[in-house]
Design a protein around this ligand. Structure first.
Ligand SMILES: NC(=O)c1ccc[n+]([C@@H]2O[C@H](COP(=O)([O-])OP(=O)(O)OC[C@H]3O[C@@H](n4cnc5c(N)ncnc54)[C@H](OP(=O)(O)O)[C@@H]3O)[C@@H](O)[C@H]2O)c1
Length: 256
């Protein structure tokens, strides 16, 4: 008789989670470690990374910090090399690091556009490229690109971010086709509005914050921890026949 197997178990899986010094990336990294994964967490802020390590105390897996600015190609290459050296290989890549710059096309100069695209899209391309041989060597290769509902629909005055997130959804689909027969699944997680520091300015603006609550069918913001279940699903055996898809977790926002 087959023993009961937990399809969400991540015991022994080796993961690199970017942007895991706070917010959604931090919550995902800690949950992966609780489920037995060994996770390298990359971001710029040492204190945030230390907090992630602390939050994973007692987990069956582990969290190792890596201070890196993922806007630079050299840091990306060495982040992947560090992950492989520390963890002994790589099974899961979570491209989560991003930042936002709310502005219209007239108010977005070329260097701002480039900075947003560099982190929110180009770094994901470079991380996938650097991780490619290691994910191919894994029995359980998975990429989770943290996109956004703004990768499916647009809002005005957020031109670079919306463009980058639509690009990330395109990268997810294109790579899923390229890597389908190599046994690597590539999917995106598309959060709705989540109460994190990225949204601090919106949360502080009563009109904008109220609009978000009102326009979300569930009538509230998400907590970062609410992204962890879907992120575990996309990194685990539970999603083995799923690739090139966007899993939207938005309290119903895009159902309207
Ligand atoms: N919050 C939302 O409502 C929402 C909605 C949809 C999608 N998302 C997406 O979810 C993901 C996480 O967002 P969040 O809300 O958790 O944002 P957050 O709280 O601002 O966290 C962003 C993370 O990215 C890291 N990061 C920023 N610039 C970096 C760089 N140059 N190099 C390395 N790491 C860098 C930050 O760490 P350091 O500053 O320490 O480097 C931090 O750990 C993003 O992809 C975002 O677009 C968020």
């Amino acid at each position: 008789m087959e023993m009961h197997r937990d399809v969400f178990d991540l015991t022994g899986r080796r993961a690199l989670v970017t942007g895991a010094s706070r917010g959604i990336g931090q919550a995902i990294a800690v949950e992966y470690a609780r489920r037995g994964a060994h996770v390298l967490v990359a971001a710029r802020t040492a204190s945030g990374l230390a907090e992630t390590v602390e939050m994973a105390t007692g987990a069956s897996g582990s969290v190792t910090p890596l201070q890196a600015d993922l806007r630079s190609e050299t840091s990306i290459t060495s982040a992947v090399a560090d992950a492989v050296a520390t963890l002994g290989g790589l099974d899961i890549l979570v491209n989560n690091a991003a930042d936002d710059h709310d502005s219209s096309i007239e108010n977005t100069d070329l260097s701002t556009w480039q900075r947003v695209l560099e982190l929110n899209l180009q770094s994901c391309f470079l991380l996938c490229q650097a991780a490619s041989p290691h994910l191919a060597a894994s029995e359980h290769g998975k990429v989770v690109n943290v996109a956004s509902v703004l990768g499916a629909v647009a809002v005005p005055n957020d031109i670079a971010y919306v463009s980058a997130k639509h690009g990330l959804v395109g990268l997810t689909r294109a790579l899923a086709l390229e890597w389908g027969r190599r046994g690597i699944q590539v999917n995106a997680l598309a959060p709705g509005f989540v109460d994190t520091s990225m949204m601090a300015a919106v949360l502080a603006d009563e009109r904008a914050a109220t609009w978000i609550k009102r326009s979300t069918p569930m009538g509230r913001w998400a907590d970062a921890r609410e992204m962890t279940g879907p992120a575990v699903f996309l990194a685990s055996e539970a999603s083995d026949f799923m690739t090139g898809q966007v899993l939207t977790v938005d309290g119903g926002w895009t159902a309207q």
